[in-house]
Design a protein around this ligand. Structure first.
Ligand code: HEM
Length: 122
């Protein structure tokens, strides 16, 4: 298997579809809503898209802040493991809804899980 996860998922079109559904779920989750108050959701989705593309092994054009810096103010407001787990669950459900094969979901979730500690500043 020589294709990257990004290519196997279907490239940019697939990432676009995933980001759209994923953000809908995150924004609808009452446990996560307080952290998004006052944040420009469209800007957010564009950054998340760049991040996911990189994480899936696609063209590396993410130039945003590192995850620890970006989330430090949220950790100060109570962001913890339960919130990261909720976000990861929304990502998994999104990929399932898009009928991504299970073995690819496992690979994506492994990569996504590596962001937990940096996001939480540890
Ligand atoms: C699970 C792994 C996560 C990843 C990979 C991730 C990724 C990102 C990225 C790439 C950014 C943009 C950073 C920049 O400004 O350049 C960002 C910002 C942000 N994230 Fe996350 N995030 C994660 C978890 C969470 C969680 C659990 C929450 C809370 C519900 C959250 C809320 C936010 C908010 C509110 C911002 C915007 C901060 C601001 O601009 O004021 N993130 N995240």
């Amino acid at each position: 298997m020589t294709q990257s996860i990004y290519e196997q998922l279907g490239g940019e079109a697939a990432v676009d579809a995933a980001v759209g559904i994923f953000y809908g779920k995150v924004i609808a989750d009452p446990s996560l809503q307080p952290f998004f108050e006052g944040v420009d959701i469209e800007k957010q989705a564009a950054k998340q898209k760049a991040f996911l593309t990189m994480a899936f092994g696609g063209p590396n054009n993410y130039t945003g802040k590192d995850l620890t810096t970006a989330h430090a103010p949220l950790v100060a407001r109570g962001l913890n493991d339960s919130h990261v787990t909720a976000v990861l669950n929304h990502l998994q459900k999104t990929l399932q809804e898009l009928r991504v094969p299970g073995y690819l979901i496992v690979e994506v979730m492994k990569i996504a899980e590596t962001t937990r500690n940096p996001v939480l500043g540890r």
